[in-house]
Design a protein around this ligand. Structure first.
Ligand code: SAH
Length: 248
């Protein structure tokens, strides 16, 4: 059980595996206006940057669950580095179906709603770990511009236009699920660049050091085509944000 290696090659230099910067995660944490000691569950916690920095800056405690061995190790190391290893726990495992024994104040899935088979299922999964009056956090893409056709959607790494909604559609979907959207922090195109463009240098250096690796041909092809494709399509069409929800 692990994340395919192509992801860890591309993102080995990343602390945040989403189009969010450290500043955006800090803004989101502060925006929740919760006291020190608040408990957070983070499903698909990646390298743990959100939980570790919130523990350090805001005094939160938390549990992260992620399927990547490498990212989970990095999360544990980051907790030690920031001096918060007694406040956060990182579990290596499948987050699909993961429910806390003790309800939490904040239940998050930032950039991995496939674990609940989409937005609705992930909100439902998170709600099973949440105390009454707690906050659900969902990190999810949306269309900044609607793709005119299937090819454009695929160029944005979507399977079809229907994968995502425009921003107002996503907000309406949360409402239809019975939740108030009580906060949101959105990524801008510069944030997307920190996530995506930063992968290109990582890939180039990896290629220089691993020319005979079985994935070298795939990584080479991607590095050759991705910068132009990204700037033409994904950077223009796809937005991303984290939405804070409370049940009505
Ligand atoms: N929330 C993190 C990571 C987002 S990237 C951040 O913002 O940095 C998506 C993450 O989902 C990766 O870390 C990947 O390992 C994890 N993942 C994918 N499928 C998963 C599953 N079924 N269970 C747990 N984690 C999963």
């Amino acid at each position: 059980m692990d994340l395919p290696r192509i992801f860890t090659i591309r993102e080995s230099g990343h602390r945040i595996h989403d189009p969010f910067t450290a500043a955006k995660f800090a803004a989101l944490g502060e925006a929740l206006r919760l006291p020190a000691g608040s408990r957070v569950l983070d499903l698909a916690s990646g390298s743990g940057e959100m939980l570790c920095t919130w523990a350090h800056d805001l005094g939160f405690t938390g549990t992260g669950v992620d399927i990547s061995t490498l990212f989970t190790e990095q999360a544990r190391a980051r907790a030690v580095e920031l001096g918060v290893a007694d406040q956060v726990t990182f579990v290596h495992g499948d987050a699909a179906g993961y429910v806390m024994d003790e309800p939490v104040d904040v239940a998050a899935c930032v950039g991995a709603t496939w674990i609940g088979d989409g937005v609705a299922g992930t909100v439902e999964l998170l709600s099973r770990s949440l105390r009454p009056g707690g906050i659900v956090l969902i990190g999810e893409p949306y269309w900044r511009r609607m793709p005119a056709n299937q090819a454009t959607a695929e160029a944005c790494h979507a399977t079809s236009v229907a994968d995502f909604s425009p921003l107002h559609g996503l907000i309406e979907q949360f409402g239809a699920l019975g939740y108030d959207v009580v906060e949101m922090v959105l990524a801008n195109q510069d944030d997307w660049d920190r996530y995506t463009a930063a992968q290109w240098l990582t890939m180039r250096r990896w290629l220089d050091q691993n020319p005979d690796d079985e994935l070298a041909t795939e990584v080479r092809a991607e590095l050759t085509s991705e910068p132009a494709r990204y700037t033409r399509y994904l950077r223009e069409y796809l937005g991303w944000g984290v939405f804070a929800l409370m049940k009505r």
